[in-house]
Design a binder for this molecule. Structure first.
Ligand code: DGL
Length: 285
């Protein structure tokens, strides 16, 4: 039965766990299958065509696991591949950029919004376009912060070094007049305390995870696939990289060890022609 099926989530690494945490809190009866492409992380400095190929491989894997919807819990993959994934699979697909953009457009009083993201997301212009579609009077300043992704993937996000890197990277934003700042990369909420410290309490940080969970709930309601309280919800994590490193971050961040984790070899996601071996599942749905 569809309602008992898990929600699928994908990211280039551990960043999407920030979305998973928020969604689990809002929808505690749901099960999840999450895949983080740690081995090929970061996506944020890769070419568009590679990001699309990798994201489709992850989406096909999730479909092969029988998910009822796919959440692209990665801004970079959302910016580059939301359209391609939506066209390929027959389950509903949602990304993380629209919910955060809508919230920022509504919240900003000064009509000045900042976006912190990867180089690829900044260059895509997806945030500017989406925020302006909600309020064309808003001006947007974006800053690429690729170093933040490495800090988080290396589990170094609580250190003095992380604090220093955040302060140095945000230097160009310190004099900006924005009142709302979008954490436009799912890795960044782990650095939120340091980001808030630099920007000051008057700047509201927007974490797309929490906002995306409302959008997911709406989709489940519309599709009538929302899980009921009588199930036995599970969380299955997959990484293309080291299981131990991923597990440590997942345990700390999710504040639970109620999940299973497996490494999945890249060859299981791709065949030698670069196509996905699971695409038949996807096409036959
Ligand atoms: N977590 C991803 C995002 O939201 C990307 C990080 C990366 O792989 O560069 O953009």
């Amino acid at each position: 039965m569809m309602i008992r099926k898990p929600i699928g989530m994908l990211d280039s690494g551990v960043g999407g766990l920030t979305v998973l945490k928020a969604v689990k809190e809002r929808l505690p009866h749901e099960s999840f299958v999450y895949i983080g492409d740690t081995l090929r992380n970061p996506y944020g400095n890769k070419e568009e065509k590679d990001i699309i190929t990798y994201t489709l491989q992850l989406a096909d894997f999730l479909v092969s696991q029988g998910v009822k919807m796919i959440v692209i819990a990665c801004n970079t993959a959302t910016a580059q591949a939301l359209k391609e994934v939506s066209q390929r699979v027959s389950v509903p697909v949602i990304g993380v950029i629209v919910p955060g953009s809508e919230a920022a457009a509504k919240l900003s009083q000064t009509k000045k919004v900042g976006v912190l993201a990867t180089r690829s997301t900044v260059d895509s212009g997806f945030y500017e376009e989406t925020i302006k579609s909600f309020d064309s009077d808003i001006s947007i300043e974006s800053l690429a912060c690729p170093q933040f992704v490495d800090l988080v993937e290396q589990n170094d996000y609580r250190s003095e070094n992380a604090k220093k890197v955040v302060a140095e990277t945000l230097e160009p934003f310190k004099t900006a007049t924005m009142d709302t700042l979008i954490l436009g990369c799912t890795h960044f909420p782990l650095l939120a305390p340091f980001i808030q410290e630099v920007m000051g309490e008057d700047v509201t940080l927007i974490d797309s995870g929490a906002l995306t969970s409302q959008a997911i709930e709406r989709v489940l309601e519309e599709e009538q696939t929302r899980a009921e309280a009588d199930g036995n919800p599970s969380v299955q994590l997959y990484t293309t990289g080291s299981k131990d490193a991923f597990k440590k971050i997942a345990k700390d961040w999710l504040e639970t060890d109620q999940f299973t984790i497996e490494t999945i070899a890249l060859e299981r996601l791709t065949d030698k022609h670069g196509r996905n071996e699971h695409s038949s599942h996807c096409d036959s749905k």
